[in-house]
Design a protein around this ligand. Structure first.
Ligand SMILES: Cc1ncc(C[n+]2csc(CCOP(=O)(O)OP(=O)(O)O)c2C)c(N)n1
Length: 663
């Protein structure tokens, strides 16, 4: 069945294939993507869209010497299949398996890792600068999507390319979709280029290049199909300048792409990104250019799989699906709603009751479920594109006008906007609400997506209030409370299903900086252990508490609710009363909630030992599920119990210890 894919162990094999064979290989790759990802899921749609593009790239260029820099790199699966990783392909995104993104440590063909959008142009330019400094001659190709182009960094890079290097190749992979439909003026501009492909200044040199080709090396490789292919190429790129368009438009015509050319980048396109010979000849041409060039390639997200073509948003990235129909498994009956859906529904209710509340997403309407608000109250909803910094600044501006803007941004993506959080929201003490989804693990995505740093980065900033709900009802209370605040408020909650508790009709205000004591000591004579389980870690705290109680301990359980301001009174009280304190957080230990408790104990001279449970000072890899990773890193009942016992000296009398601490 997959005779060509089986033969391809590296890019050198791609170069040996004829055009016909490459086209068959493209179909085999599509089949492998569709069947191979069906069990664990993944970024199916984007990869189906770049099959021909990736084949053409590997046909024309030679990695690892030449460098491909993928933006986000969720579309690098085909590249993985062609660069010696096909045997492990079906392990992608699972424990011990291939990453779902490009990673330098995974292959010499991955020259640059990524998973956050907008990095490719800058990184590729840096690689070009390095090459130019070294005097070497590798080709550097940045492959970036139309939505990545809504990201500010992409423009910062474009501003800098022409002045930095003469040899830079950008491939704009335009499928008109971000995860949802792409939004904004750039998207509209690209649309104009697509619908008016009338003229481009490179036509003449490209024409000369292509006309030379049939006798050249490339044509030999492409064998008998070449000529038709090049004919296609010539028509597609439109070699005839269209004077009328230029004059009527007065700015050089739509197809000449002012944006790119004014930035000193030659623009070629738009071309059909599924036409292999056209792609090959265009990329081969780009290779000869001694001027930075952007090739605008039109692709179809989900090409070759009906279900994915019909629903690009769902198939951007999804869980297991049926190969025949594309149907995904419904949630098991009784599964609680996802945290994000609780958030989305709560936003509608808050907006209905309070005119000052609006919702802002940075291109993640489905991931954050803010699309629920979009549907219910479109005039209170803003999708600003993949532009987290802009999202925060935009929110700050609205806040100065008396609004309570809610920025729904994943914990990991808010990292992008840290300066805006400090310099704009916090310093001006503006009532912007940050709902940080995916705080904690994003297991299958891995280190680029885990939301494990937000407590540290928020805790350090004055004026900020930071909370974590134990369940979905408390999330709604916290959101409600936040809309009554005059400071920046951060609410962190994880990925996946919530706890399954009922949500009150009327949310309640929560007292700022007040923890909730779930269970006090019973004074049963057992060794006193106080467990502080932050947010979703309260569940683990309860389990560990049951085990410790079964082992004879007297256990108290606290839901801290607030990371900042910390409930100093309750924390100190239990710190003094207990023989051991346990803090649990779905966050790195460094600078996290446990650190906040330690700092408080240091300040108050509380000497009770503190067992801190959280993630170590290293990047946590991807895994099939959170349990696999928690087990590996000791976020388990067994580890907690063992660590607590190690802190309880055998013969220390409980009473004396407490007296000492109180004194
Ligand atoms: C900084 C950042 N914000 C949000 C995301 C989530 N995200 C992943 S892919 C994607 C859309 C990418 O669209 P595009 O660049 O056009 O590539 P395509 O998937 O269409 O090939 C988004 C918003 C991200 N990866 N990084």
């Amino acid at each position: 069945m997959s005779q060509y894919l089986e033969m391809v162990d590296g890019p050198m094999h791609v170069k040996k294939l004829t055009l016909g064979q490459l086209q068959e290989l493209a179909e085999e790759i599509r089949l492998e993507l569709i069947t191979g990802l069906s069990k664990n899921g993944g970024h199916l749609g984007p990869n189906l869209g770049v099959v021909e593009l990736t084949l053409a790239l590997h046909f024309v260029f030679t990695t690892p010497k030449d460098k491909f820099v993928w933006d986000v790199s969720h579309q690098s699966y085909v590249h993985k299949l062609l660069t010696g990783r096909k045997d492990r392909f079906r392990t992608i995104r699972s424990t011990g398996g291939l990453s779902g993104f490009a990673m330098r440590c995974e292959s010499e063909h991955d020259c640059y890792g990524a998973a956050h959008a907008g990095t490719a142009l800058s990184a590729a330019l840096g690689i070009c600068a390095g090459r130019d400094q070294l005097g070497s001659d590798e080709n550097v190709v940045a492959i970036f999507g139309d939505a990545a182009l809504t990201n500010g960094i992409s423009f910062e890079a474009m501003n800098n390319i022409a002045q930095t290097t003469k040899r830079f190749i950008g491939v704009l992979n335009d499928n008109e979709w971000s995860i949802a439909k792409n939004v904004g003026a750039i998207s509209g501009y690209l649309n104009k280029l697509i619908t008016h492909p009338s003229y481009n200044k490179l036509a003449k040199d490209f024409e000369r290049f292509v006309r030379r080709l049939p006798k050249g090396e490339l044509a030999l490789k492409l064998a008998h199909k070449a000529e038709e292919g090049f004919k296609g190429a010539l028509t597609e790129v439109g070699l005839e300048p269209s004077r009328s368009k230029i004059e009527s438009d007065g700015r050089g015509g739509y197809g000449s792409s002012l944006i790119f050319e004014e930035m000193g980048l030659r623009y070629l396109g738009p071309i059909d990104g599924h036409d292999l010979p056209l792609l090959i000849s265009t990329l081969a041409f780009a290779k000869t250019c001694d001027h930075p060039i952007v090739i605008h390639v039109l692709t179809k997200k989900g090409k070759g799989f009906e279900a994915a073509l019909n629903n690009p948003e769902k198939f951007h990235g999804l869980g297991p699906y049926d190969v025949a129909t594309g149907a995904t498994l419904p949630a098991k009956p009784g599964t609680p709603p996802n945290w994000q859906d609780v958030f989305g529904n709560a936003m509608v209710k808050l907006c209905q009751k309070d005119n000052s509340v609006v919702g802002i997403t940075a291109a993640m309407p489905s991931g954050t479920s803010l699309k629920i608000l979009e549907k219910a109250m479109p005039n209170r909803y803003y999708d600003v594109g993949i532009a987290e910094e802009h999202a925060v600044l935009f929110a700050c501006g609205m806040a100065t006008m008396g609004f309570h803007p809610v920025c729904a941004i994943y914990s990991t993506f808010l990292q992008r906007a840290y300066d805006c959080v400090i310099h704009d929201a916090a310093l001006q003490d503006l009532p912007v609400i940050f709902c940080m989804d995916r705080a904690g693990l994003s297991p299958q995505d891995g280190p680029t997506h885990h939301g494990l740093f937000d407590i540290s980065y928020v805790r350090a900033v004055p004026n900020c209030i930071a909370m974590a709900p134990k369940d979905e009802d408390e999330l709604v209370d916290m959101m409600f409370t936040a809309t009554h605040e005059r400071h920046p408020v951060f609410i962190r909650y994880p990925r996946g299903p919530a706890e399954g508790v009922p949500i009150k009709d009327q949310p309640r205000l929560i007292e700022i900086g007040k923890a909730e004591v779930i269970q006090n000591f019973s004074n049963n004579g057992g060794r006193k252990v106080a467990l502080f389980g932050l947010g979703n870690m309260l569940k683990l705290a309860r389990k560990a508490a049951s085990q410790l109680a079964a082992d004879g301990c007297d256990v108290a359980i606290v839901n801290p609710r607030f990371i900042k301001p910390l409930d100093a009174g309750t924390t100190e009280f239990f710190g003094r009363a207990a023989e051991a304190v346990v803090t649990l957080e779905d966050h790195v230990l460094m600078g996290g909630y446990g650190s906040a408790v330690l700092e408080l104990f240091d300040e108050k001279r509380v000497t009770t030992p503190v067992v801190r449970i959280g993630w170590p000072d290293q990047f946590i890899e991807h895994g099939t599920n959170a349990d696999d990773l928690r087990k590996k890193y000791g976020l388990t009942v067994e580890t907690i119990v063992a660590k607590v016992k190690a802190e309880l000296p055998e013969a220390a009398p409980v009473q004396r210890r407490r007296d000492l601490a109180v004194a």
